[in-house]
Design a binder for this molecule. Structure first.
Ligand code: ADP
Ligand code: MG
Length: 359
């Protein structure tokens, strides 16, 4: 069902994006980026593509969901390995991979489970793990780092040298790196930094954009047609909610339950506002002293605004002068984390419901 509000794992439930899917499935470079705002379908696209590759080519997937670290200010290599460990234990039927893993330092067997070690003495090196996967598999192995910008918060391991190692030396191991906070993801990979291990590498980049007006209307039309529910407010719905697939999906699902247009729109707006606030609070939690300023800026920008509007509003609120560099820094942080975008001289919310949340 198109309006199922969980991430999709079958193509029939996923609207359009055929081109993006084919591009991802090619696995053209050792590292592949999947970029897009939150709720544009990145996780769904990755799940569907890797599942199809599994069926068609025997590709093996290890999916690491880093979203769970979103609310933290940092996490340890140990927490990362625990998640990796539970994913690797799902590969039991690939006994050759398990045999190959058993040979490396930092991997032990307890019962019939694999254990990964983070102790100083026999710590698992991430690159050894990648080597073992390469050696132990006849087919491609795809490692997904979903919402990889969160890895900036990981303590105890710099993963970039291992990624560069895989890029240069491994044939079968492919790494899909997705991110909603696009500027931050680039900060993490440091592709343009001559001192970075990944400097100069080419990446295949799959970008998921919000639906255009036409696509959004077609998505709603198809979704309701599938449910055999009469509906004719596609355009009005796009005007109210914008083109983010996740919000439109939530709306469709709500309407299926309530059959009441106003109620469904309001419930979607309330839900979006709640979620966006929560995500914004995670962003703020590492910048607590400037919390009030960030809220003021988002309010000024909620209907778009210039640099000078932002500066004036902050100064009016606090009654003191605020330096240009501070204003620049706030706007740059908000841009990196994909809260706002700059078009010509105007800063705007990156999607309409972010604007709605802060008005
Ligand atoms: P992301 O990982 O980018 O945050 P998700 O894959 O979690 O996005 O998608 C968010 C929501 O939107 C999910 O409910 C998903 O089912 C829905 N969705 C996203 N894109 C599409 C699409 N093209 N067709 C159908 N549903 C979609
Ligand atoms: Mg996701």
């Amino acid at each position: 069902m198109l309006f199922n509000p969980t991430p999709k794992d079958e193509r029939k439930d996923f609207f359009d994006k055929e081109k993006e899917m084919e591009q991802l499935k090619e696995l053209r470079t050792p590292l592949i980026l999947v970029l897009g705002l939150r709720r544009t379908g990145k996780s769904s696209l990755i799940k569907i593509s890797t599942k199809e590759l599994e069926h068609e080519k025997g590709t093996i997937t290890i999916y690491i969901d880093l979203r769970k670290f979103e609310e933290k200010n940092y996490f340890s290599y140990r927490e990362f390995l625990l998640q990796l460990q539970s994913e690797i234990n799902k590969l039991k039927r690939f006994s050759k991979i398990i045999d190959s893993l058993k040979k490396i330092e930092g991997v032990s067997i307890a019962g019939n489970e694999i254990r990964l070690s983070w102790n100083k003495e026999d710590r698992l090196q991430f690159s050894s793990l990648l080597d073992a996967l390469e050696e132990g598999s006849d087919n491609k192995v795809v490692i997904v780092l979903d919402e990889a910008q969160e890895l900036l918060k990981m303590r105890g391991l710099n993963i970039l040298p291992s990624l560069a190692y895989a890029y240069d030396n491994l044939k079968k191991v492919k790494i899909i790196i997705s991110g909603s906070e696009i500027g931050l993801l680039y900060d993490f990979l440091r592709i343009n930094d001559a001192k970075s291990p990944l400097y100069g590498r080419a990446f295949s980049t799959v970008e998921l954009k919000p639906f255009s007006k036409e696509e959004a209307m077609e998505f709603l039309r198809k979704g309701f047609e599938e449910l055999k529910i009469p509906f004719n407010k596609e355009e009005e719905t796009y005007e109210k909610l914008g083109g983010i697939p996740g919000w439109l999906t939530y709306f469709g699902f709500t309407y299926l339950e309530s059959r009441n247009y106003e109620e469904s729109i309001n419930r979607t707006l309330d839900y979006a506002k709640l979620l966006i606030k929560k995500e914004f609070d995670s962003f703020i939690s590492a910048r607590y002293t400037a919390k009030k300023r960030y809220y003021i800026i988002m309010k000024v920008i909620s209907r778009c605004g210039r640099w000078s509007d932002v500066k004036r509003a902050l100064e009016a609120e606090e009654g003191i002068e605020i330096s240009d560099s501070e204003v620049y820094n706030y706007l740059s942080q908000l841009t990196k984390h994909s809260w706002i975008v700059k078009n010509n001289e105007m800063y705007c919310p990156s999607e309409p419901l972010i604007g709605y949340t802060f008005t």
